[in-house]
Each structure stands twice: as C-alpha cells, then as structure tokens.
Design a protein around this ligand. Structure first.
Ligand code: OOG
Ligand code: NI
Length: 454
C-alpha cells in the first residue's frame, strides 16, 4: 500500500480524543456541564484580555481550545499495560515518565502516554495517564490471589482492536477506513460497564482493601475515569463549579496563580456514585468517574523542579484543612521565592525555553561568533517558554485522594519500583526532563547556526 494513503498518527490521535469525548459526555452528563462551564469562562477570559486572545490566535490555538488535553485509565495486569503501549503507539503516544503513587498511599504506579515531538504536540497534545494496579502491595495473600484470578479471566481488547493494531504494525500505518475501524474498536476498551464481573461480596472485599482495587478488578475493562479540557482561568472555573451543580474538590492542585505560569494547575468535580448490577443480580454503587480541568505553564528544569517541590512541601505544612482561597493565599506567599519573570527564570536555569529568530533576526546579516544573550538583547532572537506536557505526582495523588474519600493506605508507601513497571510495559519510559532539554538544545543550535557566518 502506498504510504501516502495513511492517515498521520496525529490525525488518528485527534479523532480518537474527539470520539472519547463524545462517548464520555454521553456516559457522564455532568462532564458535559463542566465543558459548558469551561467554554463560558474561556470566552469571558478572552473577551476581557485581548492580548491573550491575539496571542492564542497567532498560534492557532483558538480552534483547538476546546479539545481535551488528557484523560486517565487504570489497568490490572502487565499484559494489559503492554498491549496498551501498542494501542497508543498507533496514535503517536509513547510512555513518558514514571509516577509512584504508593508514596501517597495509592497502590498503583503510572506513566503518561503522550506525543513527544514538537509538531505533534502543537497539533494535539492529548495524553492518557495510565496506572497499573500493584497487587503485590496487598497484604492478604487470599485477596491477592482472588484479584489476580479475576483479572486473568478478562480480555479488555476486542478482536478487531487487536487486528487493527497488528495491521498498523505490519503496514506502518492505517488508511482512512482502517483508522476509523481502529478508533471504533479501541474505544470499546474504555467504555463504561454498568454490569460488574463479580458478585457484590467480592466487590466489597476488594473495596475494603482499597477502593481503587475494586475499580480496576471488578469490571470488564479500564473505563476512562476522567477527561480534562483546558481552562484559561482555573481560579474562576473553580469558583463557579458549585453554582453549576458540581461538587468540586476542595483545592486547586499545583502552583499558585502567577504572572509566568509554571507546570500544571488542576481541579475537578468529585467522582459520582453510580448504580452497578453485580453478578447474582444484586444492585449496588461504585464511585470512580469525574471531570477535571487543567491550566498549563512552563516546563521547569531539574533545578526549577527542585525549588517547586521544596516550596510546595513548605506550603503543605501550612495549608492542611484550609479552603481554596486561604490555601491559594499561603501558596502565593510561599512561592514569592520562585522568580516570576521570564528573563530571570531563563538566566537562572529554572525553566526550559524554545529559541527562535524574530522577523528582525530572519532579515539580519549573519554575524561572526554571535552569542545567544547578545542576539536576544538585540531583538534578533526570542526565547519562548516550553509548555509543561507531563503530570505532577503530588497533584495526581491529590486528585486520586479527593475521589477515594480518605481511603489511602500508608502501608503502601516507599515502594517505588520503576524497573517492575518498565518490565510490565515492555520498554523503558522516556525521561521527561531529557525531552525538554533536547528540544531546547535543538532550537538553540538552530538559531545560532542560522545567525552565524559560515
Ligand atoms: C489519575 C489521576 C492522575 C492527573 O491529572 O494528575 C491524573 C486517576 O485518577 O486515575 O489524571
Ligand atoms: Ni487528570
């Protein structure tokens, strides 16, 4: 088959994300309400800030403002995780980063499947935070074996999905019709099932160990548990959630509001209690699915990240039990120690940047021995912060916990095991800091090359 017939992985990812959003809105009506709220806040923010509107328009970001930025799933076995790796590869999404949630009392570890190259990220950065259950952390051997036996009986992929993935691997791509089939079949893996695969007694036994274990083990597949659109003003969206009938989590996760946004700020409405039919025809409920919003800022270097982690740790010692407004005030106070000026952030090596020629730079004569700072000072080169494309373990833990009703288990802590995760996945996860550093390096070298005389 001629290569030109293939859809790009970016196209497939974009269509898949849209199909997932349509499915989730139909499954969880409150998620549709959240999308409306976000759309309204975004519109008002753009109306009030024409500079922001112009900047987004110039980068082609207005058309895709409404597209979801991420979702999350949880799987039960190494085989499931390894197959998901192949599934996401069809859409140009590769595993980036290792997240140990045992530190927060949640028996999973995770990665983010996401696009990594510049053009793919610009087109559609959709990511899936993917957690793997760690049965080995369950103390009771009987319960561990029971859960493993249940998981061993299920197949979370349709036959058509497996065929589509193999076809993609064999051909190196999918044409229009094959891609549509892949999307429809892949979507089945993430669909909600009102029927549990186990009886109520089994569900309750697993739930008593940890709610997340019941969520992963008792259903036919890893239902998508939330999707997350981008908001241009997360503080305002959080404020309005209760009036729109949403039970918002207590506080916004991540850094405070700043002139130069860093990393990632997130909040959500809490998971809903939904009716479930258990084997043996007993009725019950399960709480797993929610809706989230995010606002991203710049990616931090290892040094910037250390400072962030330290300040967040300082703030957390003072914010326990505070409401969101008071919590944000403390964060702002503590983060006064984090420079909030792009030039300072760049010069102190706290954040990653993309370098490019300005119009003046493109028109200028080449210079001998030009150095970057001089070119920037002369207005020939500009430095634009790289957006943070990953997740934050402390924030993710906060999101998990707000949906667990206090159900964390300290006994799981101190159990990071990246090696076991990568073994299950069948490949190492990419190092997110190395990815940002590489993008920065390439941009720096290409402007220097463009500006220097041969
Ligand atoms: C995933 C929670 C992590 C985020 O945005 O940090 C996450 C989950 O609840 O399965 O999605
Ligand atoms: Ni999330």
């Amino acid at each position: 088959m001629p290569v030109s017939c293939f859809l790009s992985s970016d196209d497939i990812r974009e269509r898949f994300a849209r199909a997932m959003s349509t499915m989730y809105q139909a499954e969880v009506p409150q998620y549709g309400t959240l999308l409306e709220l976000v759309e309204r806040v975004n519109r008002e923010t753009l109306e009030a800030d024409s500079a922001l509107a112009e900047r987004l328009a110039a980068h082609g970001e207005l058309e895709r403002l409404d597209a979801e930025r991420h979702g999350a799933i949880r799987v039960g076995t190494a085989q499931e995780l390894a197959m998901l790796r192949r599934l996401f590869a069809v859409m140009g999404m590769v595993p980036v980063g290792y997240y140990d949630l045992s530190a927060a009392g949640v028996p999973v570890h995770a990665t983010a499947f996401r696009p990594i190259d510049e053009a793919a990220l610009a087109r559609n950065p959709f990511r899936i935070f993917t957690s793997l259950l760690r049965l080995e952390l369950i103390e009771s051997q009987a319960l561990r074996e029971r859960a493993a036996a249940i998981l061993a009986r299920r197949d979370i992929f349709t036959e058509g999905c497996r065929e589509s993935i193999s076809l993609h691997e064999a051909q190196g791509g999918l044409d229009e019709e094959q891609a549509e089939r892949f999307i429809a079949e892949a979507l089945e893996t993430f669909r909600w099932h009102r029927d549990a695969t186990v009886d109520l007694e089994t569900y309750e036994a697993l739930h008593a160990e940890h709610r997340l274990i019941a969520d992963v083990v008792c259903f036919r597949g890893p239902h998508i548990n939330h999707l997350t659109p981008r908001t241009l003003n997360i503080d305002e969206a959080q404020r309005r959630m209760p009036d729109a009938g949403m039970n918002s989590k207590a506080v916004i996760e991540g850094p405070p509001r700043r002139a130069c946004p860093i990393l990632l700020r997130q909040t959500s409405f809490k998971a809903l209690e939904e009716g479930i039919r258990f084997a043996g025809k007993r009725q019950g409920t399960h709480t797993a699915r929610f809706g989230e919003i995010e606002q991203r800022g710049m990616a931090l270097t290892a040094r910037g990240r250390e400072l962030y982690d330290r300040l967040l740790g300082d703030a957390r010692r003072r914010t326990a039990g505070l409401d969101n407004e008071a919590h944000q005030r403390v964060l702002e106070e503590v983060f006064a120690d984090f420079p909030d000026d792009e030039t300072v952030l760049r010069r102190e090596g706290l954040a990653f940047f993309h370098y490019r020629l300005t119009d003046a730079g493109a028109a200028a004569d080449r210079l001998d021995g030009a150095d970057l700072e001089t070119l920037i000072a002369q207005g020939l080169v500009e430095a634009v912060p790289l957006t943070y494309e990953d997740f934050l373990p402390v924030s993710a833990a906060g999101i998990f916990q707000s949906n667990l009703g206090g159900g964390q288990n300290e006994a799981y802590a101190g159990n990071a095991n990246r090696e076991a995760f990568e073994q299950a996945l069948g490949t190492p996860v990419a190092d997110e800091l190395a990815l940002y550093a590489e993008r920065e390096r390439i941009s720096r070298e290409s402007v220097l090359e463009a500006m220097s005389a041969e």
